[in-house]
Design a protein around this ligand. Structure first.
Ligand code: SF4
Ligand code: SF4
Length: 210
């Protein structure tokens, strides 16, 4: 196969000086600046409305509307009695390509509900936002529709959501109180069941306390 050698073009004298190129770039920048300044001023005066000016979104005070299919921070949905819809089937944990979901299921006292999540953690620092967990869920128990985009944190630990933050997306760490309506009593509410990353993962069968 013939190889075509492409030689790099030699810079001209003026290009090697760099200053003309910098001035050329500044000319374009200032042209945009003064054009937008003039047009925005004219729009304020009710003139030249048919000529659009560049718009700047003042993030984070001003947010763009999100597409309905946009995948933002996760949440767990709940039933009418505010218990999680999740039945602890582990499908989302199994399908997750980043292996960032950890679920500990417990036996539900209601015979019509097989299980419920004693613990449900998602490590957002590892999540790749593929949405597989949402698609695979048979109970519509997990969604990525909170519209929350500010996912930055000062530590990796703060990127790990536990069940409290997933059930109430408005919560921020440190979570000190559990107001969830579970069959078990959470450690944050004086019970024995652990619902957070700080707690060691229970081994073997989970015993549910009142
Ligand atoms: S969005 Fe993808 S990577 Fe993130 S938790 Fe769900 S399945 Fe895992
Ligand atoms: S969120 Fe859905 S897929 Fe994941 S364990 Fe709960 S019921 Fe199963």
């Amino acid at each position: 196969m013939a190889v075509k050698v492409v030689r790099r073009r030699e810079l001209t004298f003026w290009e090697k000086l760099y200053v003309p190129q910098i001035l050329s770039g500044l000319r374009i920048t200032f042209a945009h600046f003064f054009r937008n300044l003039f047009l925005h001023t004219a729009h304020l005066a009710g003139r030249l409305r048919n000529l659009p000016a560049a718009a700047t979104i003042q993030f984070p005070e001003e947010l763009r509307p999100l597409m309905s299919r946009f995948r933002s921070r996760h949440r767990l949905t709940h039933r009418d009695d505010h218990t999680p819809r999740c039945v602890g089937c582990m499908l989302c944990e199994t399908v997750c390509p980043a292996k960032c979901i950890t679920i500990v299921p417990g036996e539900h006292p209601d015979p019509n509900v097989e299980k419920y999540p004693v613990r449900f953690d998602i490590d957002l620092g590892v999540c790749v936002y593929c949405g597989y967990c949402v698609e695979v869920c048979p109970e519509d128990a997990i969604r990525m529709d909170t519209g929350i985009l500010d996912l930055c944190a000062y530590s990796r630990q703060a990127m790990r959501l536990d069940i409290h933050e997933l059930m109430d997306p408005g919560l921020r760490k440190p979570v000190t109180q559990c107001t969830l309506n579970f069959p078990h009593k959470c450690a944050l509410a004086g019970g024995e069941m652990k619902g957070s990353w700080e707690a060691p993962r229970p081994s073997g069968k989970v015993s549910v306390t009142d």
